[in-house]
Design a protein around this ligand. Structure first.
Ligand code: FA5
Ligand code: MG
Length: 427
């Protein structure tokens, strides 16, 4: 039995995940709640909003390969190194990502499969999958969500670039006839440069092709929904972005109910990615979009936890292939509980307890009854260097009323786990 680690959940010495045994080590931080999600594959259920959305986007790209069955268990090489993430990138830390052990993790994005997919010889493809990130808890953040990666690569020759330019002309003509207002930015700037190995004219053509494909996808998805009408066109805005594996890079936002909502990240694929995939003579684009964000808009789904509901009042509302407006059933009352505690003595050099550690613990004990978790108070005692923390957990069930006794019992369980795992002293 490994020694208990400070500020991380105690783990058994091996864990069984999707039928395989993995030895645990000091990286192991995957929780039973997360393990229970790995086999669900909501994006492959035809009547589920995420399944329908996948299908609609796939039919917008009929000539692309459609991939959606890849295991969420990947190596840090796939998730990070193959995409040129620097060794000290914060996403690699155990506070941000789920690890089975130091060699095996859950993908944090669908880009983890870029190199292997290009290496298989795919030149135009969509790949849909569940992705996992340790994060705060609220109505729009859940530790599991779904992304769709799309990519197309071309031979870097004058004749092949000429074909892309012709494609660009057709796509532009279609968009010009449509009710969409695009706030664009230059394809390439000094802060969002073309790659040194690329002919900048080729990079411009590829970036334009990417923008046109995505603008027409967003028009098809949101055209009738986001208040788009004769008076009110769909508004899309392009923003300069940074990803370690694309340059130039962009993010795209859609204006919906008075707010700009980030939908996707994208860019011109870094040449080193294509070199690693053994297709060094090609160049192209890739994007990664968040399916829940889009589905919440299209279906008017108010809380991201609903995607995981097994309640018939949720599931029976949807038909395969059809977008419909979700009719909320009665919202049951919420009930919040605070917990204040001292962490044990901590040497200056030791990591503090991370908010994500608390969120995972709460989620593990109470599951989807946790609506959100807020930090109420936090300080370090100046003399003893002890940390004092106070968190507020808001409990609410999506399908029934919780009694105060029931919530108290759950909160007691949270507290006893806190004591066991982190050695806290309740204040
Ligand atoms: C990425 O994950 C990149 N892999 C995207 C990419 C692909 C860039 C290919 C370049 C080329 P990002 O972390 O921003 O980027 O996530 C992409 C999208 O996923 C976001 O725009 C958002 O729609 C969605 N997303 C991100 N975090 C969450 C979350 N916690 N909950 C729901 N959706 C999320
Ligand atoms: Mg982003």
């Amino acid at each position: 039995r490994p020694a208990r680690r400070y500020y991380t959940p105690a783990a058994p010495s091996t864990l069984k995940v999707l039928g395989t045994d993995y030895p645990a080590d000091s990286y192991t931080n995957i929780t039973p709640t997360i393990i229970s999600k790995l086999s669900l594959q909501l994006h492959r259920q035809p009547a589920h909003p995420l399944g329908t959305l996948r299908m609609l986007i796939e039919s917008h790209f009929p000539s692309f390969s459609h991939l959606s069955c890849l295991s969420p268990i990947v190596t840090p090489y796939q998730n990070f190194d193959s995409l040129s993430f620097p060794a000290d990138h914060p996403g690699r830390s155990v506070t941000d990502s789920y690890y089975l052990n130091k060699d095996v993790m859950l993908r944090t994005h669908t880009s983890a499969h870029e190199v292997e997919t290009f290496a298989k010889g795919e030149t135009k493809w969509l790949l849909t999958a569940d992705v996992y990130r340790r994060d705060e808890i609220d109505g729009s953040h859940y530790p599991v969500f779904h992304q769709m990666e799309g990519a197309e690569i071309f031979e870097a020759t004058p004749s092949s670039m000429k074909k892309v330019e012709e494609d660009n002309e057709q796509l532009s003509a279609h968009l010009e006839r449509s009710n969409i207002v695009i706030e664009d930015i230059p394809h390439i700037t000094s802060t969002n440069p073309a790659q040194p190995s690329h002919d900048p004219r080729h990079s411009e053509i590829i970036a334009l092709n990417l923008k046109l494909h995505l603008n027409s996808l967003l028009l098809e998805l949101f055209g009738g929904v986001a208040g788009a009408s004769k008076e009110e066109p769909l508004r899309v805005r392009w923003i300069e972005a940074y990803f370690p594996f694309t340059s130039p890079s962009y993010e795209v936002e859609v204006f919906f109910r008075g707010k700009w909502l980030e939908i996707l990240g994208c860019g011109v694929v870094l040449q080193s990615t294509l070199d690693r995939a053994n297709v060094p003579s090609k160049l192209g684009w890739a994007f990664g979009l968040g399916l829940e964000r889009i589905a919440m808009i299209l279906y008017s789904i108010p809380d991201i936890r609903l995607f995981w509901s097994r309640d018939e009042r949720f599931l029976s509302q949807f038909t395969p292939g059809k977008i419909s407006t979700f009719k909320p059933y009665s919202k049951f009352p919420a009930c919040f509980k605070d917990v204040s505690f001292w962490l044990p003595d901590r040497p200056e050099t030791q990591a503090k307890m991370h908010d994500n550690d608390f969120c995972d613990l709460a989620r593990d004990v109470a599951g989807d009854l946790v609506e959100d978790v807020k930090v109420i108070d936090k300080f370090t005692h100046p003399k003893t260097n002890r940390d004092s923390l106070c968190y507020r957990i808001n409990y609410r069930s999506m399908d029934r009323s919780l009694s105060n006794e029931e919530v108290n019992a759950i909160q007691d369980l949270v507290i006893s786990h806190l004591k066991d795992r982190f050695g806290v002293e309740i204040r």
